[in-house]
Design a protein. Structure first.
Length: 216
């Protein structure tokens, strides 16, 4: 049966988070297609993974027999995260934009799973695994908008997930999520609502299409 690795990183719970809400719609549609499947879930906001340390980093470049006790413990934590990625048939990541980039907790997860010679390099161990990223943001950073040059979420994640890890990347982008809360953005509420509706539709459609693709 198919396994979905689901990573959330929003500091906001439930419906207060667009990335969580849209991600949950994707996961629900996925589970409907795979009622006997497995979901590996990590909420790195509520239960952060360790930020990369010197011991965890250097252990990746030394033989296990040469590891110090500190390196062994740190590397074991990395390996657990890497194995979850390698076991997944598909990956779902909630990546809200905070200060023009991804949450530091999600960056910590990436720093742990990116391991030269295993998950990245000539033959990445999870190469080809489909990954869907829900990249929510309070404004709009689409090409042609005034703040397009501040878009460091999709650009960065494309370089890392697609370029380094070799994953098959797709984005769902709910934008203008601050419009209902910021009076200065009130005129953008219709665009926010359209973006939100499209994001939920995309989540359901893409989850079902991905399930069918993996079952074929």
């Amino acid at each position: 049966m198919a396994t979905l690795l689901h990573i959330d990183s929003s500091v906001f719970p439930g419906e207060a988070s667009s990335s969580r809400s849209v991600g949950n719609a994707f996961r629900k549609a996925w589970e409907e297609q795979h009622p006997d499947g497995t979901v590996i879930y990590r909420d790195v906001a509520a239960d952060p993974v360790p930020h990369i340390t010197a011991a965890a980093h250097t252990a990746g470049f030394a033989a296990p027999s040469e590891h110090t006790p500190e390196q062994s413990a740190a590397f074991a934590a990395r390996v657990k995260l890497i194995e979850e990625l390698e076991q997944a048939d598909a990956v779902l990541i909630g990546a809200p934009m905070y200060n023009y980039s991804i949450p530091s907790t999600l960056k910590a997860w990436l720093d742990n799973v990116i391991l030269l010679g295993r998950t990245t390099g000539e033959t990445p161990s999870a190469q080809g695994t489909p990954v869907t990223v829900v990249a929510s943001r309070g404004g709009s950073y689409a090409p042609g908008t005034p703040r397009a040059g501040y878009e460091f979420v999709q650009n960065y994640l494309a370089a890392v997930l697609e370029g380094a890890l070799g994953l098959d990347l797709d984005f769902i982008v709910p934008e203008l999520t601050m419009a209902p809360r910021n009076p200065a953005m009130s005129e953008l509420i219709p665009l926010y609502e359209a973006s939100r509706e499209r994001a939920f539709e995309d989540a359901t459609t893409k989850a079902k299409a991905l399930a069918e693709r993996l079952a074929a």
